[in-house]
Design a protein around this ligand. Structure first.
Ligand code: PLP
Length: 601
């Protein structure tokens, strides 16, 4: 685990060189240089670095995979893709995506009215728009207007009621009718945490009876020619390909049946999203290769078309995670190491100490490579006994402090003496000798899926990588919530460096955070979105674009509907002018902590 699994999850986008994490692009800048550059401009707290070149790489990869597969099987249908906006709607991410996608005709997918406004505004003409999710009349009306604007738009219905509303709007307005797609409720559901997206008791889609009713309704209303697409989405982050194959067969047959029934314009199968990226630092979890995935899609649909004697359908995909996850890296400064206060010069040994403390002190003085492990065990036992003695009233606070310091010093010294080779020895006692790292960020705001659904993200320091990490680490965020913690996990151990933050800076990076985290995150403790920056390359030169600073405290308060003039007024009334002015300055800063480092800068 010395390279933090970078070969597994980084997809060659980042590499370690000279002890630093560097970007495998253009002039190979180190992440730490970018971080220093931004912080020197007085942006403090956690940072979100976005890399539009990686989004472009993913878009291009997706289209290439299907191009290869179509060629290999001499497939007659066309390939189309849309980006599902719910995965990341932020402008710093989205606007470069739209630009990069233009040459491929890459479109957008909207799941709400707000997202549909974004799609209508920013989608390139000629690229498709699809609409999923539950819709009301207003949203369907918007789709008609988008069609009138010239967009190639498909409303994918989740139920018969939505079709009835489409027919109403068609009658009541003179607007052109968008294409209609049908989301099918499949018998074969997907796997993973999101299996509820597909499957027979899924929240979404039409049953076979409803599909036939929809067909009749369209035919009766003379709108059968609007029916162009069959859609399914079986779930996110698929780690195997098997559920997709089953879903493809089922939906392929539904497509062919409807076509043979008389749905002449039906021409596409939309296979939803679900392509994953590797999140694990420890072992490969994705059990398919991307090209294999695309080949299976094409091969399966080709066979069904042949069997039923219909045209090979065009294919749409809506993979979001695959496109956006690796575009964004979260970087959080380490503020404090829990054991930092346990320094030798803080010891206050007495003339005469309790016997166990004398023993601890001897262990500390005698420790060597051979005895390190044994002494470490002993010291932990002694500490436990001494804490009990304190509870019973036999030792005082000064003794207790000495005991804690000595035990920590012994742990630190043993770890450095052990010159850890394979961590095996250390592993047996990892749980007891963890170091806790306090990070200037909020897990609730920046890694909501880690908190909510135990999603793993690759974590590593961005410097010090030419030194052995020796501390089994658990991470604390700065919210005052005990869930704001990433505990040490012996099965997936994270080792970090023993650093002296008075003398050196230490930052942790969380990778693959570009999918879902940005807008799922919440303002727990009123920590807002970190400062974000687009890192772009022009002619090999690195440029920092569109720096969006983390929200000011005053704006966060306004966001949750406080009258900020009232807040200012009350403070002003109760303080003298110069004190109030200091507070006002603080109100206009973000709420992340300022480190000694950032003060000195
Ligand atoms: C969420 C969603 C997607 C995107 O899924 P990913 O796993 O991010 O690829 C695609 N289509 C629909 C209908 C969705 O709800």
């Amino acid at each position: 685990m010395e390279n933090y699994g970078i070969d597994l999850w980084a997809d060659d986008n980042f590499f370690i060189d000279d002890g630093l994490v560097k970007i495998n692009y253009a002039s190979n800048p180190a992440l730490i240089d970018i971080v220093r550059d931004i912080r020197a401009q007085d942006f403090k707290g956690p940072l979100l670095l976005r890399f539009p070149h990686l989004t472009k790489k993913q878009i291009s990869k997706l289209f290439t995979l299907y191009k290869n597969a179509i060629k290999e099987y001499d497939y007659k249908g066309k390939f189309n893709a849309v980006f599902p906006l719910k995965v990341n709607q932020l402008p710093n991410f989205l606007l470069p995506l739209v630009k990069s996608g233009e040459e491929f005709g890459y479109g957008l997918e909207a799941g709400s009215k707000a997202e549909l406004f974004l799609a209508m505004t920013y989608n390139k003409y000629g690229a498709p728009i699809t609409i999923n999710g539950f819709k009301d009349k207003e949203m369907i009306h918007m789709a008609f207007i988008a069609k009138k604007m010239g967009h190639d738009i498909t409303i994918i219905i989740e139920g018969l009621t939505e079709l009835e509303i489409i027919l109403e709007v068609e009658k009541e307005t003179s607007l052109p009718t968008p294409n209609v797609g049908i989301r099918v409720r499949l018998f074969n559901s997907g796997g993973g945490a999101w299996a509820k997206s597909g499957g027979i008791d899924s929240k979404f889609g039409l049953s076979s009876t409803e599909i036939l009713e929809a067909y009749d309704l369209l035919k009766k209303s003379d709108l059968l020619l609007c029916l162009t697409m069959i859609h399914f989405h079986i779930g996110s982050a698929m780690t195997t390909i098997k559920p997709l194959k089953k879903a493809l067969k089922e939906s392929g047959h539904i497509y062919a049946e409807l076509k043979n029934l008389g749905a002449t314009n039906l021409s596409a199968i939309n296979i939803g999203g679900g392509l994953t990226v590797e999140y694990s630092q420890y072992q490969r979890t994705t059990q398919y290769h991307l090209q294999e995935f695309a080949n299976d899609v094409i091969f399966t649909l080709k066979n069904i078309a042949k069997q039923k004697g219909v045209e090979e359908p065009d294919i749409f995909t809506e993979s979001g995670r695959f496109i956006s996850a690796n575009s964004t890296v979260l970087i959080a400064p380490v503020l404090e190491l829990f054991s930092a206060e346990y320094e030798e010069n803080n010891l206050r040994l007495k003339e005469v100490n309790p016997p166990l403390i004398e023993e601890l002190n001897e262990l500390y003085e005698d420790i060597n490579r051979k005895t390190a492990l044994e002494y470490m065990h002993d010291s932990m036992d002694h500490l436990e006994s001494l804490l009990k003695l304190f509870d019973l009233g036999y030792i005082d606070l000064q003794d207790r402090s000495n005991a804690e310091i000595l035990a920590q010093l012994i742990i630190k010294k043993s770890i450095s003496l052990l010159e850890i080779e394979d961590y095996a020895e250390l592993k047996r006692i990892d749980n007891k000798i963890q170091e806790k790292y306090l990070l200037n960020f909020s897990i609730f705001q920046s890694l909501p899926d880690l908190w909510g659904i135990d999603q793993e993200f690759p974590i590593m320091p961005i410097t010090h990588l030419n030194k052995k990490p020796t501390r089994s680490a658990s991470l604390w965020d700065i919210t005052c919530d005990s869930d704001g913690e990433i505990e040490f996990n012996a099965k997936k151990p994270l080792y970090l460096h023993d650093v002296d933050l008075e003398k050196e800076e230490y930052y942790l990076a969380f990778f693959n955070v570009g999918a879902y985290q940005d807008t799922l995150g919440m303002k727990h403790n009123l920590f807002s979105h970190p400062t974000e920056v687009n890192v772009v390359f022009q002619n090999n030169e690195l440029k920092l674009e569109k720096i969006i600073e983390s929200q000011k405290i005053i704006d966060i308060l306004e966001d949750i509907d406080y009258d900020t003039n009232e807040i200012k007024g009350i403070l002003q009334k109760n303080l003298d002018k110069s004190t109030y002015e200091i507070l006002e300055k603080y109100l206009n800063e973000n709420s992340y902590l300022k480190t000694a480092w950032s003060y000195n800068e």
